[in-house]
Design a protein around this ligand. Structure first.
Ligand code: DQA
Length: 137
């Protein structure tokens, strides 16, 4: 089973970025533990701050992998292009947000991605990525 986690803009700064909102753990640290817990899964990780690179990655893996876990960061609220890419591929995509976006500013309440994703996990911190993986399994 092949699963790719994609993190979008500013999520490379997890651990140092607004720890009150996103926690104090780096994604790299969390990811190493996730790989150990789910050693039976071929898990990969990709992060980019560039919208087009995220779209390229969705195209690259979106016809052969079993699942994609996507936290598109702020592109969630702006990107019709990422929504179109998700619609164009056959691999199911699960949308994840670390924070509860519905408790935050109104501009974070709308997602262009939710309606084209298999499901959405919001507000459970980094544990959301594990929950998404459980859902794919
Ligand atoms: C986020 C929520 C987004 O609104 C924000 O722009 C992010 C992170 C989250 O994981 O909570 O970058 O996707």
């Amino acid at each position: 089973m092949k699963v790719l986690i994609i993190n979008g803009p500013n999520l490379n700064l997890l651990g140092t970025r607004q720890p009150d909102v996103y926690g104090a753990t780096s994604f790299e640290f969390y990811y190493e533990n996730l790989k150990k817990t789910f050693h039976q899964v071929e898990l990969e990780y990709f992060q980019s701050n560039v919208e087009g690179f995220i779209i390229d990655k969705l195209h690259e893996v979106g016809f052969s992998y079993d699942g994609i876990i996507l936290n598109a960061g702020a592109y969630t609220h702006t990107s019709i292009a990422i929504a179109d890419a998700i619609s164009a591929i056959s691999t199911p995509v699960i949308e994840v947000h670390i924070s509860n976006v519905h408790k935050r500013e109104p501009f974070r309440h709308h997602s262009y991605l939710s309606s084209v994703c298999k499901g959405v996990i919001v507000g459970f911190g980094l544990d959301g990525y594990r929950l998404a993986l459980e859902a794919i399994l």
